[in-house]
Design a protein. Structure first.
Ligand SMILES: [Zn+2]
Lengths: 380, 139
């Protein structure tokens, strides 16, 4: 069976795009990925498009706009893991030997769909009590503070780190450095979370081109990065009382990825994780086994997750700093991994990085722990 | 500090799985599902036991007593909830075991803490249904 390689990446600026739609953004990212790979776009044999709220046949619209109509195209919706799931499906097509060159695009024009917090589906019992996504994560934050003694100031160090990384990323939604005081003085959203603890409503798209061993050797040998694992799980049956401070779904999906890639968490040099809220980064890196349970806030305080630290977390700025265009998010994480592993990340470059990990999780359905979780491992 | 009381009480969208629960609330009773095989009490209602998959479930009247497992004072919310902010969302750990997501009402916001003892109250809606909420236990 062939390995799968990422040979080209592209990404729009993340932020507000009042003059574009998800088709424009997806097309721009796709063209950039093609140019980055240095290939004739007519080599692409199949396409996968991740998005959540962009409507029917969004992927076909993107491909038509760049003149690639006629390809087999699969639209993928998996909440915040839509883009990552599109990459996984694309990689299967290559691994199975069906195609040698495929593209995965993730796109979302969210500012035209939402203002403020996402809310539960009206059929969820949570909707009857006025729950919002921030209030659910706020309860997890408070419980974590109760169980592990994390302080509000320690939690503030996460948006500070990620937004300061974003200030180094020309494609990030936020480009301004912030301080702990800025976080603590920002508007309360759902106590103890404040505005700087929450990812923004963002428009954006990203694209990656995947190749088989054979195609890579022929067209793009030098800058390729290997997709060593791309795993997906949905939550198992929720047995109350479930833990609010540990994520079995993240742990299981990561274990699948480590096994597939033949590595352990100790081999990961840096990661992009789903920091939809500040507390989410804590729960994710501990769920991934990269830090011990209850230990991440102190590690952040010691600088271990900084760009120059032992294990940089969200060097791109993460969802908090770079932004969170749902379908675009998982693909953009892989774009960052590839740029870091190629040594093309500019002034946020992590020296000597060989193994990068990306994690997404999203969605909620009654009766299961979480809807969709993905982990991807890329190696150089 | 404000003492939120009159929160929106939307019409519950019930299903065959949880009709007994909603019917109970309308009569000021908190009914919980319990597995007849392994005895586990679970939330939310569903037609099988999440512990052992048994499909024989019965219902019993819970005490309505519990403690705050975690909570958040929510300042920003969409729709008709926005006008009632700040209001309190909480996970309440019932004495019978399960944790339910609900609101804490008639409480000073600065007396809230993890572990605070609370008891069920039943807020009637316009259509004869009711929503389960909690308030600090007296004493
Ligand atoms: Zn049972």
């Amino acid at each position: 069976m062939t390995d799968v390689h990422v040979v080209g990446v592209g990404m729009t600026r993340f932020g507000k795009h009042p003059d574009a739609d998800s088709t424009d953004l997806g097309a721009q990212a796709l063209l950039e990925a093609v140019a980055d790979a240095g290939i004739d776009p007519r080599l692409i044999e199949a396409a996968y498009c991740g998005h959540v709220f962009q409507g029917m046949v969004t992927g076909q619209r993107v491909l038509a706009q760049v003149g690639l109509a006629g390809l087999p195209l699969t639209n993928v919706e998996n909440a915040c893991s839509s883009g990552a799931t599109a990459i996984r499906e694309a990689s299967f097509a290559v691994r199975a030997g069906e195609y040698d060159v495929v593209v995965a695009v993730g796109t979302e024009h969210l500012t035209s769909q939402f203002r403020g917090a996402l809310t539960p589906d009206p059929s969820d019992p949570e909707a009857a009590v006025g729950a919002t996504m921030p209030s659910v994560y706020a309860m997890r934050a408070r419980r974590y503070m109760h169980e592990f003694g994390m302080t509000r100031e320690q939690l503030a160090l996460i948006p500070v780190k990620n937004k300061n990384n974003a200030a180094l990323n020309p494609l990030a939604h936020f480009r301004t450095r912030i301080t702990v005081e800025d976080v603590l003085e920002s508007r309360p959203v759902a106590d103890p979370l404040r505005l700087h603890d929450c990812s923004p409503v963002t428009d954006g798209a990203a694209a990656v081109i995947l190749m088989s061993d054979k195609a890579k050797k022929r067209f793009c040998d030098t800058r390729a990065v290997r997709l060593a694992a791309s795993t997906l799980r949905s939550g198992s049956v929720d047995v109350e009382p479930t833990s609010m401070t540990f994520e079995p779904l993240t742990r299981l999906t990561a274990q699948d990825a480590y096994e597939r890639a033949g590595i352990g968490p100790e081999d990961v040099d840096f990661c992009e994780v789903h920091d939809c809220f500040s507390i989410a980064e804590v729960l994710r890196v501990e769920g991934l086994g990269l830090f011990g349970q209850g230990e991440y806030p102190a590690a952040v305080q010691r600088g271990e997750a900084d760009l120059g630290g032992r294990l940089p977390v969200n060097p791109s700025g993460g969802l908090l700093g770079k932004g969170h265009p749902l379908g675009g998010t998982g693909v953009a994480q892989v774009v960052e991994l590839v740029r870091q592993l190629r040594g093309e990340a500019g002034n946020r470059q992590i020296e000597g990085a060989k193994v990068g990990l990306a994690h997404c999780r999203g969605g909620k359905a009654v009766g299961i722990e979480g809807a969709a979780c993905t982990v991807q491992v890329l190696t150089r | 500090m404000p003492r939120p009381t009159d929160l929106p009480t939307p019409t519950p969208r019930s299903s065959s799985d949880d009709q007994v629960f909603w019917d109970g609330l309308a009569e000021d009773r908190l009914l919980l599902p319990r597995c007849t095989s392994c005895g586990s009490v679970f939330w939310h209602p569903r037609p099988f036991c999440p512990e052992c998959s048994c499909t024989r479930i019965d219902w019993f009247a819970a005490t309505g007593n519990g403690t705050i497992y975690s909570y958040s004072v929510t300042h920003k919310a969409p729709g008709n909830w926005g006008a009632h902010a700040p209001y309190v969302i909480a996970y309440v750990e019932l004495d019978e075991g399960p944790r339910v997501m609900s609101n804490i009402v008639d409480a000073d916001l600065d007396m809230l803490e993890v572990g605070l003892e609370v008891q069920a109250v039943f807020h009637a809606g316009a259509d004869g249904g009711a929503v389960l909420r909690f308030t600090p236990s007296p004493g």
